[in-house]
Structure formats: structure tokens, C-alpha cells
Design a protein around this ligand. Sequence first.
Ligand code: NAP
Length: 278
Amino acid sequence: MEFKELGKTSVKIPVVGLGTWGMGGFGSRFLGGDDEAVRALQLGLDLEMRFIDTAEMYGRGHSEEVVAKAVRTRRNEVFIATKVSPEHLAYDDVLRSATASLRRLQTEYIDLYQVHWPNPSIPIGETMRAMERLVDEGKVRYVGVSNFSVSQTREAQEALSKHSLASNQVEYSLLDRSIEANLLPYCEKEHITIIAYSPLARSLIPKGGRDRKWTVLDEIASKYSKTRAQVALNWLLARRPVVAIPKAASLEHVKENAGAAGWKLTLEDVGVLDEAFT
Ligand SMILES: NC(=O)c1ccc[n+]([C@@H]2O[C@H](COP(=O)([O-])OP(=O)(O)OC[C@H]3O[C@@H](n4cnc5c(N)ncnc54)[C@H](OP(=O)(O)O)[C@@H]3O)[C@@H](O)[C@H]2O)c1
């Protein structure tokens, strides 16, 4: 596995992590898929993708419980990121949400605590004061945001007085490149890690289509003896501040995604894909 530094911290995180949306349920708790999800996450950990992303919102907290089962015997080897929901961004609510996430995750600390979505009705300064308290208390190691624009990211940075903003988790894939205009260059300049979510466009990329861009992707994949998914993830990793968190419940997919790191597309091929997927 390859690693990149998280924001301005000296901690290194795997460039390919493990998403969990749908593990333990989507909008409600689903208890019937735990074994399959735990197997997939544990295989990912064995393959050195020791970075799991979850959220209090996923499966109404059950996703965090699934993560707890997967890391039970190896908590300290794994970098765990979770998120506080936008309706919980008032000071006391952030503290309460963190306590509940710690309990569900069965851990004493969250490696990265992210604001899931901005909430314009709650001042970000209030949220970040609670985040800093959690860091001071040792319950959270690093603070991040998710789905924040450039101006919201800047506000979040300015609202932190003692710690720096480590990351912004946003949608980014060959099929959704909207962050490239402003957010990506801003985060690169500010040394904020971009955690790319839906990096396979929710499986649209591996399924592909018939027009020219898919032919280009297939040609590049066959040149490197890789799959579409591996090339699409590697293309993301070619951007300096970017790491990716594909979600895979299938063991085959987990293995495939682990193989997205450890090699590099040439700059020329990155450019060819840039052009094909404009
Ligand atoms: N911050 C946010 O607001 C936000 C929003 C969305 C997502 N996220 C995070 O980002 C993670 C990833 O995003 P996502 O789940 O939306 O989409 P994704 O990772 O782009 O796609 C997941 C889908 O792709 C399939 N897949 C995975 N690897 C594959 C491979 N190698 N070949 C073929 N298909 C493959 C999975 O199937 P199987 O599961 O059957 O293997 C699943 O159906 C989430 O799980 C979550 O942790 C965050």
C-alpha cells in the first residue's frame, strides 16, 4: 500500500481506504448483512487498506457498529474516520454525537472526525469549538469536513484556533470532476487532504458504457493489465492531495481495489483520461 500525509499532520494514511455506506444499512439499521460486511472490511485491512470511513448517519449508527466488529482485535492498526451529521452541529450536539460514535465504534478515540455536510443555520465557529474540545480531550485526533465549498472550507479553517483542518471529503471521480475548478487547487495549496468519495461513481465506472471515453479507459486498462476500477482509482491518486475510499462488499472488489495502488499511470496517460472524460 502507498500512503499520503494527512493534511499538515505527520500521520500517513493509506491512499486507498474502505468506504462503508450501505454496510449496516442506508437510512435505517440493517442487521442482516454484518458478517458479509465484516469479512469485506477485514480483507481490506489484511490488504493494508487500513483506513475506514463511516458516519453516524450510515444505517443510523449501525455502520459504526459493523466497523467496531471488523477492527475489534486490531483497533490501533486502523485509521478510523467518522462523521457528525449536519443536524448535530451545535456545540453540545457535537459532543453528544462524538460520545455516541465512540460507544458504537467501541474505541477511545476517533482518528478523523468530519463535519458531514455544512449547516448554514449553525455557525461553523460553534461546531469547531466543540471539535477542538474533543481533540484536547483526546477523543478525536484530527478534524475534517465533508461537502464543503472553497469558502466554507476557508471559514472552517479560520474557525479552528489551535488545530489545522486536515481534510475535506467530497465526491470525485472520472465522472464527476467538479472539484477540479476551485476546490482541488485550493486544498492542494492549503495542504488539506481531499478524500474522494464515490470514486467509482457508485459502480458506474466499472460497468462503463459504449461511447469513446470507455474505449479509452479500456485501452489504458489493458496497457497496464489493470481493470477499469483500478485505473479510475489510480487516476485520482495522481492528484497530489487525493486519497480515495471505494466501498466494496464483494471480496473480489476489495482485492481489485487494493490493486489500485502500488503503481502509477504515466503523466501522459493521466492526460489522455483527463481529455476523454472532460
Ligand atoms: N461524505 C459524503 O457525503 C459521502 C457520500 C457518499 C459516499 N461517501 C463515502 O464514500 C464511500 C464510497 O462511495 P460510494 O459507496 O458512494 O460509491 P463507490 O465507492 O464509487 O461505489 C460503490 C459501488 O461500487 C461497487 N464496486 C466497488 N469496487 C468495485 C470494483 N473493483 N469493481 C466493480 N464494482 C465495484 C460496489 O459493489 P459491492 O459493494 O457489491 O462490492 C458498490 O456497488 C462510501 O461508502 C462512504 O464511505 C461519503
